[in-house]
Ligand binder design. Structure first.
Ligand SMILES: [Zn+2]
Length: 655
């Protein structure tokens, strides 16, 4: 997932769980006392599932998407492998699900007889007490059995406040004639729409039948058929086994446009052409990654362009990445998000983190591969600029995160796993791999990575499993280069080791020089305009982000007149500019600022703006007023984050 940046905001926001912020009943999560027992490697502390006794191998969904009641309703059938013949309880993860019946194939519980083969029998079940972070364990009673497989059907309905689901009305969907529905489940949201073993260490194939109103199209992280007849019944098959957080569904009035032999874009009709142009390099990105790290093993790679309310930059749903429309800048300057989500086809989706503590195995590797792809497709200049900007955000986070949360594999026991998503697993993870790359040399390191992806393909692994593999296949194979202690300093130490290889770029020095000269009066506006004519998005962001604290209204107006920042359609430049608009109370920018906050729901873009507004009494009043209008259009995750910033309680927001 591309969320990184603004970790301090994420941490702050999660004193409220998303569901509570969205208005569900239940007390706010209170941080428990620290657990001093050693962490058990590979144990997922964020799942109730008894995975040592049963393992889901395949999931079959039959769900009706009901935007009026904001529910999914239907059946989840779980095929399970029974690992313990004496087990008498199957424990699944759920959150606010209304379960009406649980049935089991008779032969699985009663023994095979010719009659029982097609008979289903109801089984007793109950919910355990609700945990504010983890949801509720669903306990299904079963007799002991020597049968090695089991088929369990659960009839259920989701809650309208399910934190992984967003229901946009037609009006919230940019005033189009239909609404839009989507799931965003990472890390532990899947349990709010499917009862299952919601832990990344369990991988399952899945199939689904999705019922919608006719005229809209359903798509999933599975085999999609762009030519599917829009009759309101859609079938899906996902033949590769994936962790639960990668099961995804979206429904909307979607058009499709091919961008390559195995790539294409799903989007609203009004943006599909622009999106296909913006993402035209996807096939060459895949070819680059394949050359480096082995074949793309998922068949097609399509992109679903989400509504602007999508809370993340992108989500690596297999075969179909969900991407924010805020990266469509018109000049491909923000498409490293695509490189990132595509890179997850190796790091994250092929080899997955076994628990959320191991998130850096997904995100650090992915950031590293993203850089390699960006380098190959757009050149080193772009790669280094992006990495320098990324490092600055990591530096900011390291100033606010406590030392234990600066480690790559952090202790998340008793905490919301969302708190793992700071810049640390991303940027520090990328720097760790860059360090290994430099120490061992590109040839050795690439061979190591390729072997790593082959070795652990379609498995979920822990930090310790990675370290064991690294020791044998890189450190021991090329002795005397990097010690185990040096590796451990990266993984279990705070901050950055002194010998980290930090990115540099010569592209920002002229930007600094121009800014200083213009502010000091030695560069005229005309000269500034001429001198900056070749600047790219990353340079403009850097130019704006490093403005001093005392820019006058006249100088703001001068900049706006020269470059039209207020009207910019580049969402990243917009964010940087609106930070200045708020900081310097540049009134002509306010109307567009409010429109920006009301249309975009990507947390990374809007959370800092709300935070900046809250610094003054006038700004705080404005923030509350805009937020009251915008909140119904935000995803529950975004609403939870902004609630915490503008100090809105869910009750206030419902008024
Ligand atoms: Zn990611």
């Amino acid at each position: 997932m591309l969320r990184h940046r603004a970790a301090a905001l994420v941490v702050m926001a999660l004193s409220l769980s998303a569901a509570e912020a969205a208005g569900a009943a239940g007390p706010a999560a209170v941080a428990p006392p620290p657990d001093l027992t050693p962490i058990q490697s590979g144990v997922d502390y964020h799942s109730f599932a008894n995975v040592e006794q049963f393992r889901v191998t395949h999931l079959e969904l039959d769900l009706r998407v009901d935007p009026f009641f904001k529910t999914l309703r239907g059946v989840a059938a779980l095929q399970l492998k029974r690992l313990d013949p004496n087990a008498t309880e199957l424990i699944l993860d759920t959150r606010d699900l209304n379960v009406s019946d649980v049935t089991v194939k008779a032969q699985d519980v009663l023994g095979a007889t010719s009659k029982s083969e097609t008979t289903w029998v109801s089984r007793p079940f109950h919910f355990e007490r609700k945990d504010p972070i983890l949801g509720q364990a669903l306990v299904i009673e079963l007799p002991p059995s020597k049968h090695s497989t089991l088929l369990v059907r659960i009839d259920y309905e989701t809650s309208p406040t399910a934190p992984a689901l967003q229901w946009l009305t037609a009006k919230q969907n940019g005033g189009r004639h239909t609404g839009f529905f989507f799931t965003q489940s990472e890390p532990i949201g899947t349990r709010s729409w499917i009862p299952l073993q919601d832990t990344p260490q369990v991988r399952q194939t899945y199939s689904a039948i999705i019922h919608t109103s006719p005229g809209v199209l359903a798509v999933m992280s599975a085999k999609n058929d762009p030519k599917a007849k829009r009759n309101g019944v859609y079938s899906f098959d996902m033949p590769e086994a994936v962790p639960s957080y990668l099961i995804a569904l979206a429904v909307g009035d979607l058009a499709f446009k091919e961008t390559g032999p195995r790539t294409g874009v799903y989007a609203d009709k009004s943006v599909v052409k622009a999106a296909a142009r913006e993402f035209a390099d996807t096939e060459s990105m895949i070819e680059t990654a394949e050359k480096l790290f082995g074949p793309y093993r998922w068949g097609r790679y399509d992109i679903l362009v989400m509504p602007p309310s999508f809370p993340e930059g992108g989500m690596e749903n297999p075969r179909l990445s969900f991407i924010t429309p805020t990266v469509i800048a018109g000049d491909k300057s923000l498409v490293s998000v695509i490189a990132h989500e595509l890179a997850h086809s190796w790091s994250g989706n092929l080899v997955s983190n076994a628990s959320w503590r191991d998130l850096w195995l997904n995100e650090g590797f992915t950031d590293y591969i993203e850089s390699r792809i960006v380098n190959a497709v757009y050149g080193e200049r772009r790669e280094m600029m992006e990495r320098v900007l990324g490092l600055r955000e990591l530096d900011d986070d390291l100033k606010t995160l406590k030392p234990a949360d600066q480690e790559l594999a952090i202790d998340l026991r008793g905490r919301n796993p969302d708190q793992a998503f700071s810049t640390v697993p991303y940027e520090k993870g990328r720097l760790f791999l860059t360090y290994l790359d430099q120490q061992f040399g590109r040839e050795h390191f690439d061979a190591f990575l390729r072997g790593y992806f082959d070795h652990f393909a379609f498995q979920s692994i822990s930090t310790e499993q990675f370290l064991g593999y690294l020791q044998v296949n890189l450190l021991d194979r090329h002795p005397g280069i990097v010690t185990r202690d040096q590796v451990l300093e990266w993984v279990t130490g705070p901050g950055l080791p002194a010998d980290a290889v930090l990115p540099t770029s010569s592209e920002f020095a002229p930007v600094d020089a121009a800014r200083t000269a213009w502010l000091g009066g030695s560069l005229t506006p005309t000269q500034l305009k001429a001198g900056s004519s070749g600047w790219v998005t990353q340079q403009w962001v850097y130019f704006l982000d490093n403005m001093p604290a005392d820019v006058s209204a006249a100088r703001m107006a001068e900049l706006d007149g020269l470059f039209g920042f207020t009207k910019s359609t580049n969402a990243e430049i917009g964010r940087s500019w609106f930070m200045l608009v708020i900081r310097h109370q540049y009134q002509p920018g306010y109307v567009r600022l409010e429109a920006y906050l009301e249309t975009i729901g990507r947390r990374r873009l809007i959370a800092p703006l709300y935070q900046e507004l809250m610094k003054t009494p006038g700004g705080s009043a404005q923030a509350k007023r805009v937020y009251a209008l915008a909140r119904p259009g935000y995803h529950p995750e975004t609403a939870a984050a902004i609630d915490a910033i503008v100090n809105t309680t869910p009750e206030d927001a419902d008024d």
